[in-house]
Structure formats: structure tokens, C-alpha cells
Design a protein around this ligand. Sequence first.
Ligand code: GDP
Ligand code: MG
Length: 444
Amino acid sequence: MFDSLQDRLGSILNGLTGRGALSDKDVGAALREVRRALLEADVSLEVVRDFTEAVRAKAVGAEILKSIKPGQMVVKLVHDELVSMLGSDQVPIDLNAPAPVTIMMVGLQGSGKTTTSAKIAKRLTERQRKKVLMASLDTRRPAAQDQLRILGEQTGVATLPIIAGQGPVEIANRAAQAARLGGYDVLILDTAGRTHIDEPLMVEMADIKVASRPHEILLVADSLTGQDAVNLARSFDSRVGVTGIVLTRVDGDGRGGAALSMRAVTGKPIKLIGVGEKMDALEDFHPGRIADRILGMGDIVSLVERAAETIDAEKAAAMAKKMQSGKFDLNDLAEQLQQMQRMGGMGGLMGMLPGMARMKDQVAAAGLDDKLLKRQLAIISSMTRDERANPDLLKHSRKKRIAAGSGTDAADINKLLKMHRQMADMMKAVGKGKGAGMMGKLMG
Ligand code: GDP
Ligand code: MG
């Protein structure tokens, strides 16, 4: 249905590979496409603007991983920023208050308030063993209170008996009393909506809030809500004050841009998502999934993540080749040590060398740990370029200078040089096919 963002960015940014860092111009071009993708996903204009600026600030100057295209790099940055804006932590419904804890559901008509009330009630009953009472304060539509009663019967959750002729605040007060007297843990108040936001609705919600002092006020919104999402979220939040958002119809075709809009405008967490009409079609919110969906890019991010791993593997393979050719100076050693750090120790590199996969444990046993790696790297970085390229230059006075510069002593330096020599020899031998036995010598 939509062009993939990746395709579009790819065509803009192809040919930039290997430049090192993303320039202002690269990022600007890419962000124009990102902006288009976000607007297609129905993220509100003002949120799109803020978001792209936030990404721009982070992206310009960011290093491009060598084995992936700059376009993919930008997608990764956009995705990461999106996830962080959507809220990386899962925030559950907060029941941390004296019983009965009141949850008030607000939102437009048809957004899914009544359905979600029953879904939440069912979830709290089954998963948290809560005793839940539901009450419908929707006196506008004749069948609304019946709808909730029927859902209560279906899910085995109690509903407040319906008394004709009462207004929303009256019902709210009666519900609070029933919940107290009945020893309920949680009271869920389902309210009436309107097709659009208007003053009477806001007044009604504010009155109910004053009467029932809800601990949670959940704004229920259809994930297909487009540019209205900002206005919707802002109105409810400023007039009534919401504590969280429930996004419904996430099972539909929409790209879910409303999630970002509402979150950005209110700063309130998206607590749950509705994924169907059935009573158990309620899930925790996972920002990564919504981010993928908003960008319409499926597996791109995991591809980028894998690329970031492969690049390490590629470097290691190139290093292995270099070692086998016998050209292996201290610059190479430093790079290799850094590589080891990144790959979580000696294991990664060893796995790439023929005949050495099984040596990993021995390496670990020899104490090539993080502390040692760090010390060795400090020594090498205290050397001049010439010294690194030609370790034979390292006589006594130079060693003294390096020891002072790296906070080590001559013995440490000698140990490093010895290791370097042995590794260089070993690699040469491996290159000539003599492999395994040399490892023992290195460790000795
Ligand atoms: P209310 O007016 O806000 O109370 O909305 P309702 O709870 O009555 O829901 C309106 C319609 O949306 C009903 O037909 C629900 O079954 C349906 N609905 C609610 N949540 C979801 C959802 O997450 N996915 C789908 N597909 N339908 C939903
Ligand atoms: Mg309803």
C-alpha cells in the first residue's frame, strides 16, 4: 500500500556509502522522506515537525556503519528516536491506591470505551485476581448501559444495576458507594462520548471526575484517528487530565500515527492496545512494533542491527587475513583489542581463525579479561604512530615515556610486546597451515 521508506531513502542516499559521517545535507534529504512517511501514517503535522528536528540533531555527524547504506542508517536513527518518543517502558495500569481504585474511561463515541472497559475488567479479574465493578455513565445512548451489562455477563464481571432516569454524576456516586460497600478492589467508570469534542462533553467529564476522584483516567482513542489526534489528546488532557492512553483497533490497517501524536502532545504513556472485538483482544503496548508500523518498514531495523554485528565480523575477518599475511603491527593489535572488547572478549576473533574455535576457553583461562585489554590499549595509545608501526623502535627511554603516559610500568609494556610478537608469529604459522600447536606457545 505504501512505498517503503527504505526504498525512497535508498534512492536519495545511494552513493554516499563510505563517507564516514552523515552530513547535514544527507540527513536533510532523508528527513524529507521520513516526514512524508510520518504524514502518510497520520502523525500530526506539528508532531512531525518536532520529531524530525529531534532526529536531525542526533543524526548529523553520526557515524555510518560501513557495511550498510546511509539510508538504512537514517532509518535506524529515526526508528530509535521514534521508540524513545513513544516511551520505551511498559507502563501498566496503576492500582496503587486505597480500594476501590477508580478508573475512568474517556474518549469520543465509538472509540472503544465500553469494549475496553470490559476487556480491562476481565484482565484485572483474571490476571490480578481483582474484584472489579463496572458502571456505565452513558445516559446519552439508550442501549449503552445495557451494552456494558451484557459484556459484564459475558466476562463474569459485576456491573452496577441500571436505574433509569439518573444522570452521570448520580450514577458515579452510586457506583462509588456500591464499590465501597461491596468490597470491590477496582471500579471502572465507562462514560459517554460524542462524535466530536464539544464543551458539554468536557463539562460532563470534569463533573464526573470531581465526583469520583479517579486514580486513572484513560483516554481511549481509535488508532485510525488522523490529524485530529493532537486536538483530541490535548483537549481531554487539559480539561480532564489523563493518566494514560489506550489505543484501539490496532488490528486494523492503520499505521498508528495517532500513537505518536498523542504521546508527543500529552507526554502520557500508552498503556494498552486493543487488537480486536473479542474480550481478550487487549495487549501491552510495545513501542518498537508501533514504530515499525508507523515507518512501514517491517524488518529494516533488525536488518540494520544485524548489519552492525556483521560489520564487526567483517573487520575481524579482515584482521585475520592480515595476521595470516604476517603484516601485523601494533596498530593492528590495538584494533584487534578494541574489536575484542566490542565482541565481548577474545572469543569473537578466535572463532574466525581456522583451527582456533576451540581455543576460546583457554584464552579466557589465560586471563585476557577486560581489565587487561584496557591496560594494553592504554599502552598502545601512548605510543607514537611510528612506534606502533615499528615496535623495534621501543628501547628503554621510549618505554619509560609510554609507561608514564599510560599509567603502567616497563614490565607491562614488555608483556604486551611479547604478546604482539607471539601473535604475529602465530598468525604467520596459521597462514602457512600449521595452526593449532602454536596456541600453547602464545599462552605459555
Ligand atoms: P464506545 O462508544 O467508545 O463505548 O465504543 P465501543 O466500545 O462501543 O466500541 C465501538 C465498536 O468498536 C464496537 O463494535 C467494538 O467491538 C469495536 N472495537 C472496540 N475496540 C476494538 C478493537 O481494538 N479492535 C476492533 N477491531 N474493534 C474494536
Ligand atoms: Mg460506550
